[in-house]
Design a protein. Structure first.
Length: 320
């Protein structure tokens, strides 16, 4: 996995940005060398020595022309080059293979796949995910960003530029990976306590494997949306649980507590209650600290109605 480093581009847009960076950097180094070189040379050559009287000069057309014309030409070229690159970077629509909607909220992301049969779930909704986006390699993916609460910012440095997600507005960005892999990103606008944990993972699949990935993801998501356990699912995703726990295939992407994607297949709960069954899960959710003093999992007895806890447990038991 490449480090999340803007100068290690793995896609067309990121390449464009780092090209621009290196051109500007190289020119800056040349200018720096000339200025510091001339300064050092003059400082040594014309330093004060006994008996020496400095020669006074007033105006030099040649010198003044050089230091006016050269920087002007440089700035104009940088502007033209940036303009040309920005047109490419900002063009989210030309040849975009699909659009994924991105919503930031304190402190996680929700990714909604396009309304295509490939991403359709049995209940008529489309596939959603928290934290991770899966894309095909070599295709331009348009992202439409917005935010629920405060301004967040989406940035996956290996794949492209940075874009703010603003409440009440839609902004757009595109990313493209030119090789399969996992690319890390991060919310880059300070958005409160959990800002540092607002991570993004982009997984790029070879094009011929993408449909298979989508099929598995849709099957998993369908399993999590069984109408019989829908109430528990909703309670889990909209309540406190999702703030701490991740369940892959849903928008729950909390990082504080353990991941629960396959909790029903685990040998025990938090290492203290075994097996994972309705009775033990119910006890745990009611009063986790009584089984494991010091656990971050709070007591929900009296906080959530017993019926809600039962529904949540029913849903957790489907997470095999
Ligand atoms: Cu969201 Cu920082």
């Amino acid at each position: 996995m490449p480090g999340p480093w803007p100068l290690d581009p793995r896609g067309a847009q990121a390449e464009s940005i780092s090209f621009l960076y290196w051109v500007l950097f190289a020119c800056a180094v040349v200018v720096l060398a000339i200025v510091v070189g001339a300064l050092t040379y003059s400082g040594i050559k014309f330093r004060d020595r006994p008996g020496r009287v400095a020669q006074q000069t007033h105006g030099s057309n040649t010198l003044e022309l050089i230091w006016t014309v050269v920087p002007t030409l440089m700035v104009i070229s940088f502007t033209a080059l940036s303009w040309e690159r920005l047109n490419f970077i900002n063009d989210v629509n030309t040849n975009a293979a699909m659009t994924i909607k991105v919503e930031g909220q304190q402190w996680s992301w929700t990714f909604t796949y396009p309304d295509q049969s490939m991403f359709k779930l049995k209940d008529g909704t489309v596939l959603q995910a928290g934290e991770q986006i899966d894309i095909p390699v070599g295709q331009k993916i348009k992202l439409e960003l917005t935010a629920k609460d405060v301004i967040h910012s989406f940035w996956v440095p290996n794949l492209g530029g940075k874009k703010d997600a603003v409440p009440g507005h839609t902004t757009s960005l595109w990313i493209e990976a030119n090789q399969p892999g996992t690319y890390k990103g991060q919310c880059t606008e300070f958005c409160g306590d959990g800002h540092a944990d607002m991570l993004i993972t982009v997984v790029a699949h070879p094009q011929n494997e993408y449909a298979t990935w989508a099929m598995t993801a849709v099957t998993d998501a369908d399993r999590l949306r069984d109408p019989a356990t829908a109430a528990g699912r909703t309670a889990f995703l909209t309540g406190a649980c999702a703030g701490c726990h991740t369940v892959k295939g849903t928008t729950a992407a909390g990082k504080v507590g353990p991941e629960l994607t396959h909790i029903a297949s685990k040998p025990n709960i938090a290492g203290v209650l075994s097996p994972v069954n309705q009775e033990n899960l119910t006890k745990w959710v009611h009063n986790a600290p009584s089984f494991k003093p010091g656990t971050l999992m709070p007591k929900f007895d009296g906080v959530l109605p017993d019926q809600t806890i039962d529904q949540i447990v029913q849903w957790l038991l489907t997470l095999k």
